[in-house]
Design a protein around this ligand. Structure first.
Ligand SMILES: [Fe+2]
Ligand SMILES: [Fe+2]
Length: 261
């Protein structure tokens, strides 16, 4: 595969039968793995490979385990997966953890304590996990690292995002997710994309306070792309718009209880 970096991310072309390389630099690679089903609620699974560290970001539903596994196999032996980032406990994010743990029993689950309370209900009980609030970094053998940034009530109390120091990609989970009737790998028209994000955020995200509180945590962070769990990737040219979208979002309790301040 050709080397690719974030500067040309807005030119991403997807072949549904292959993993899509989003970033590659000096042994650090990031892939979009799918899924292929043409659904309004498409789930994005990402893979980060850095030397021997092989990390799945939000591996997804059990329904797509075989497909995600075969995409991983096009890059690396699936039994070489060393970790899974589970940004909250929803089944579309985390249910396939049981299948991955069966395949890779030493795989470490990176998650928040409130998600960890619920994750064993998918059926796996005995696994290594790292509390991302207690230890907010994942350091690769190479010395590079991912940073975890909590995002309470966006939408889950357990929610967190993952920032990659190398690519400056922000894996945002359900934040900046969009329900899309016609999907493209990256956002082309942000004005239209706002409507598609509204369809998800207005119902699912807790409140404008939660959204603004999270944006404050990103202060000073160089974000070159936002990689949500649903919908299109937001490339560099739309990052300022995306931050502004969340800052001004009215959602959840703002809408349900409009008379209360
Ligand atoms: Fe969710
Ligand atoms: Fe989701």
């Amino acid at each position: 595969m050709q080397e690719q970096n974030n500067i040309i991310l807005h030119h991403v072309e997807v072949n549904m039968q292959q993993p899509t390389l989003l970033f590659q630099q000096a042994g650090h690679s990031i892939y979009w793995l799918g899924i292929t089903e043409n659904t309004i609620f498409r789930c994005n699974v990402y893979l980060i490979v850095n030397g021997k560290d092989v990390i799945l970001v939000d591996p997804g539903s059990r329904n797509y385990f075989d497909q995600v596994k075969s995409r991983v196999a096009q890059i690396i032996d699936p039994t070489a997966v060393t970790g899974m980032i589970l940004c909250h406990q929803d089944p579309d994010v985390a249910a396939s953890m049981v299948d991955w743990l069966e395949l890779c029993p030493d795989c470490v689950v990176y998650t928040s304590p409130r998600a960890q309370v619920l994750l064993p209900h998918f059926g796996a009980h005995d696994y290594n996990w790292q509390d991302i609030e207690e230890e907010p970094t994942l350091r690769f053998e190479s010395g590079q690292q991912l940073r975890f940034i909590t995002a309470p009530f966006l939408h889950s109390p357990a929610a967190f995002t993952t920032y990659d120091d190398r690519s400056h990609f922000l894996f945002s989970g359900d934040i900046w997710a969009a329900l899309m009737t016609s999907w493209s790998p990256t956002v082309i028209d942000f004005t239209h994309h706002r409507i598609q994000m509204d369809m998800f955020h207005m119902d699912y995200m807790a409140s404008n306070i939660a959204a603004r509180g999270f944006i404050d945590k990103l202060d000073g962070l160089k974000v070159d792309a936002i990689l949500p769990q649903h919908g299109s990737i937001i490339p560099q040219e739309h990052i300022a718009d995306a931050l502004d979208y969340l800052r001004t979002l009215r959602c959840g309790t703002d809408i349900s209880y409009p008379n209360l301040s």
